[in-house]
Design a protein. Structure first.
Length: 61
């Protein structure tokens, strides 16, 4: 990605789809984990219920 921004087109290569998918997956996982941490910090008693409203498949891991 850096090479594409600097203008060195002959050395620039296409970003593999697997790489992009992995980045997207990790971003969603990070967002979910941070949300869970924030909810448990604020309201641990009803945290699981609030989390399951946003992430239906969430269980206590």
């Amino acid at each position: 990605m850096y090479r594409e921004k600097t203008g060195d087109r002959k050395r620039a290569s296409a970003i593999p789809l697997e790489y992009i998918n992995r980045k997207v997956f990790r971003s969603h996982e990070r967002t979910r984990k941070n949300f869970v941490r924030r909810v448990f910090a604020v309201n641990p008693l009803f945290a699981l219920q609030e989390i399951q409203e946003r992430y239906a498949g969430y269980d206590e891991q």
